[in-house]
Ligand binder design. Structure first.
Ligand code: FMN
Length: 250
């Protein structure tokens, strides 16, 4: 593809509608031809970013900034704004990655729920350090969180478990998460088994299922800016209530 064609495609990609400009978001309706060409030359996917993250406006507490950004991600009606990438460390000291959903957060940390006997569950119990990553493309924002992980108290897991739909409660019993299974019917049979076992009764929380809270000692906020001169503010925990803030080169 010619240089001029690539430049034109990038311009089209970065020409938001007036509604987009008002909201500050960047999605643009592009032609079928544009997409066909983009599949050939992926480098046309080059967004120019408009927002800024400046020290004078950023709060001194990272949870406050997270709350603000998360609220904007929810308001923007993103699909699963609470989806986050979770990185753990295996027993062979290698990284392992998957997505989980944030179910609660406050100044104590970020809570997600899972099977304690799954791969991640065993890894977190064995080596209780992890990283989380939120990426909100429409807002051109990313948040990185590093810290130590602990199980949430049983009462907290109970409360969340009992707020879940019954089908999800049953599948927490039926699925030995991360184990190999012979075929799908095996899972469906186990689901029927637990449906029968708990028929007409409330489903109790399985002892192997519950929450983890990642207690951050570092949080970094990345905000896309023009010319790839993005903003990065990192907060490092100094005491239980005090954080040091620093700017990183993009
Ligand atoms: C959008 C999304 C949300 C997910 N949320 C969770 C979750 O909250 N808890 C969970 O255990 N697995 C969740 N999963 C499935 C995990 O990514 C993963 O497949 C599963 O937990 C097994 O991971 P493991 O074998 O590393 O333990 C989610 C997957 C996706 C794509």
């Amino acid at each position: 593809m010619k240089k001029q064609d690539i430049a034109n495609m990038r311009r089209e990609y970065n020409s938001p509608s007036s509604a987009d400009l008002k909201s500050g978001f960047a999605p643009v309706a592009l032609s079928r031809h544009w997409y066909q060409q983009a599949l050939r030359v992926v480098s046309v996917l080059r967004h120019e970013y408009r927002h800024g993250l400046v020290e004078t406006k950023a709060p001194s507490n990272p949870f406050e900034l997270f709350r603000h950004w998360f609220r904007e991600a929810v308001r923007a009606k993103l699909l699963d704004p609470n989806a986050m990438t979770l990185v753990t460390v295996t027993s062979a000291r290698k990284p392992a990655v998957r997505t989980v959903l944030l179910k609660d957060f406050d100044t104590r940390g970020f809570v997600f729920y899972t099977n304690y006997q799954s791969q991640k569950g065993r890894e977190l119990i064995g080596r209780p350090y992890a990283c989380l990553l939120f990426y909100w493309p429409t807002l051109v924002r990313q948040v990185r969180v590093d810290g130590k992980v602990e199980k949430v108290p049983a009462k907290e897991s109970d409360a969340y478990f009992h707020s879940r739909p019954r089908g999800s409660q049953l599948s927490a019993w039926a699925s030995d998460q991360s184990r190999t299974v012979p075929h799908r019917e095996h899972l469906e049979k186990r689901m029927e088994l637990f449906e029968k076992r708990f028929k007409g009764k409330p489903v109790p929380r399985p002892p192997h299922w519950g929450g983890f809270r990642l207690v951050p000692d570092k949080m970094e906020f990345w905000n896309g800016r023009p010319n790839r001169l993005h903003d990065r503010l990192r907060y490092i925990k100094v005491t239980s209530s005090r954080w040091r803030r620093e700017r990183l080169a993009p």
